[in-house]
Design a protein around this ligand. Structure first.
Ligand code: NDP
Length: 335
């Protein structure tokens, strides 16, 4: 059984006297830098000169160019977008690092698929929050913390794991619990959720919308029924709190009976679905996906831009925008 690492597994004293550079001040960078500072760590921000730079200064941090911040630190946390990380690492971070420095990634992607190969004399670790940046900060402030996948890629000093756990504790993550794994496993799980689960779930949702709109129900009512009311999100939250099976008891008997009897009809679709999922997992684990996305730039980004245009032109995008505007939900609220 997997061990869940908690505060008691980490020694915060290991960070005393250590200078931490947080490279990037975006979703994760801001949240992690604030958490570390509130835990008593010495934090400097490395950022290019722009809006995020100004935000970090407004928050009271010392902000340096990325190369200077990295060179001044014992611990460097790389919190810039994965796709820009390899050249930024090679040009601005790597040259300033010294033997025994700890390099921390929030996603295993670049190391797992060979896009960044840190020098052998560095400690290299992963602290990958299972949470968006806002949740990383909110979890720290409300005391619940946030879960992460953590792992050591290279232990040059013999203390990489303890240093990683001390950082995870200072971030507020061991409070909620961390699971240890390789960077390749973390990246594979993450990519699978994005590619093997998300789109399959989305396809079911779109199919249901199409069936109901074709049957003559107004798109606004269909979208409200399926997800705009918030009931789906609320049920998923309850599933997290009380369990996927137990949350069914919160629904009416008619709902439970209908779902249990009709659910069986979809079993025949499970095997083809799993076949596609296994193919996707195989592409991810073999590195073929990383080769396609990162290895074939800028062609992959051109394809990405075209796919996004096609996605935004689908009827559901218009129905969704219109329904949210008329129902006064979220950013599209009005009229
Ligand atoms: P963001 O997109 O929020 O990062 C923005 C930061 O990166 C800003 O400071 C930005 O500077 C800087 N940046 C952008 N482009 C460049 C560039 N070319 N050169 C130098 N700096 C640049 O990233 P995230 O916080 O979303 O992701 C950071 C890491 O955290 C990634 O490894 C990601 O996989 C991981 N992660 C993200 C999660 C999330 O929920 N977002 C969850 C878990 C892990 P500026 O804005 O000033 O241009």
């Amino acid at each position: 059984m997997t061990t869940i690492l908690r505060d008691a597994d980490a020694d915060p004293e290991l960070l005393s006297g250590q200078q931490i550079a947080v490279v990037g001040y975006g979703n994760q960078g801001r949240a992690q830098a604030l958490n570390l500072r509130d835990s008593g760590c010495s934090v400097v921000i490395g950022n290019i000169r722009d809006a995020a730079h100004e935000a970090a200064e407004r928050d009271g941090f010392r902000v340096l160019p990325i190369a200077e911040a990295s060179a001044a630190a014992d611990v460097v946390m790389l919190l810039i977008p994965d796709e820009v990380m390899p050249p930024v690492y090679a040009e601005h971070v790597a040259p300033g690092l010294s033997p025994g420095n700890l390099l921390v990634f929030a996603s295993g992607y670049n190391v797992a698929f060979g896009l960044i190969e840190p020098a052998p004399e560095l400690d290299v670790a992963l602290i990958a929050p299972r949470m968006i940046g806002l949740g990383v900060r909110d979890g720290y402030l409300d005391g619940r913390g946030f879960p992460s996948f953590v792992g050591v890629h290279r232990d040059a000093t013999g203390r990489a794991r303890e240093r990683m756990l001390a950082l995870a504790r200072a971030l507020g993550s061991t409070r909620a619990g961390c699971i240890e794994m390789s960077l390749h496993d973390e990246a594979s799980l993450d990519l699978f959720t994005e590619q093997g689960f998300g789109p399959a779930f989305g396809r079911v949702l779109i199919s249901a919308i199409e069936v109901l709109v074709e049957a003559g129900y107004p798109p606004e009512a269909v979208l409200l029924e399926l997800y705009l009311s918030g009931e789906l999100a609320y049920s998923l939250e309850k599933a997290r709190e009380v369990g996927m099976v137990r949350q069914m008891d919160f629904h009416s008997h008619t709902s439970q009976y209908g779902s249990l009897t009709r659910g069986a009809r979809f079993l025949e679709h499970a095997e083809p679905l799993k076949r596609s999922m296994r193919q996707i997992l195989d592409e991810i684990r073999s590195g073929r996906f990383a080769e396609e996305w990162s290895g074939q730039q800028p062609r992959a980004s051109e394809l990405f831009a075209a796919l996004r245009r096609a996605r935004d032109a689908q009827p559901i995008a218009k129905w969704d925008e219109e329904a949210r505007r008329r129902l006064r939900i979220g950013a599209a609220a009005g009229d």
